[in-house]
Design a protein around this ligand. Structure first.
Ligand code: SF4
Ligand code: SF4
Length: 208
């Protein structure tokens, strides 16, 4: 299995797990589709299997958008070492994702995990925020950690920059790293066990 196949297998493990929950999310609901989505270079490689007109996206390069300071595995390492997390500059009003067309995602089949994990049990449009079971947040973090681990030689960055520059302009991106600890709070250890077991089989137990 190549790395892109493994990435899609991780998506499937995630989708099987969240399929057990009910969310408000439905086709055409797109308040969460902002230009702040981040992804790994491997997810970008997967996304670029769709024929995208990169030149036409370049007109959006002046837009404000999220550029993270830390990857998920860096956050896990900071927490493990008792370090403070830097403040991130992110605002949902900065604008819509460049792949949103008439409230639908034009790259839906290949969208990155940052989009897949945006789920809410309430309509974000009405409440102004997403509401999610704390276990789903743990699950999201774990999947983000595995995806970064799988792409530990790659980078993390904003979706627009990554699609346009790929990993050529590395100063725009943060270097990924392997995971050294999983962000699973004690109360979710038992519940997430079957998911970890599926992920571990996919990585053949070869993680740290
Ligand atoms: S996360 Fe919120 S805005 Fe996004 S699809 Fe779900 S309910 Fe709609
Ligand atoms: S890539 Fe698709 S799902 Fe993700 S934010 Fe953009 S439009 Fe929404």
């Amino acid at each position: 299995m190549n790395r892109v196949d493994k990435l899609n297998a991780i998506f499937k493990i995630y989708e099987d797990e969240i399929g057990k929950y009910n969310f408000y999310c439905n086709e055409g609901c797109s308040t969460c589709c902002t230009g702040n989505v981040i992804l790994t270079s491997l997810e970008c490689e997967n996304l670029l299997k769709i024929d995208i007109d990169i030149d036409s996206l370049k007109k959006n390069l002046g837009s404000e958008r999220f550029h993270p300071k830390l990857t998920t595995n860096m956050i896990a390492d900071h927490m493990k070492n008792g370090l403070d997390l830097p403040e991130e500059n992110i605002d949902s009003s900065w604008g819509k994702c460049v792949f949103l067309e008439k409230d639908l995602c034009s790259v839906y089949e290949k969208r990155p995990f940052g989009c897949r994990c945006m789920v809410s049990s309430v309509n974000c449009k009405d409440s102004d925020y997403a509401e999610t079971d704390p276990y789903i947040l743990t699950l999201n973090n774990v999947i983000l950690q595995y995806i970064e681990h799988l792409d530990h030689e790659g980078f993390t960055g904003n979706i627009l920059d990554m699609v346009i520059f790929k990993s050529d302009l590395t100063e725009r991106f943060i270097k990924n790293r392997k995971m050294s600890i999983l962000m699973v709070p004690f109360e979710h250890r038992e519940k997430i066990g079957p998911v970890l077991s599926s992920l571990s089989k996919l990585f053949k137990g070869n993680l740290f």
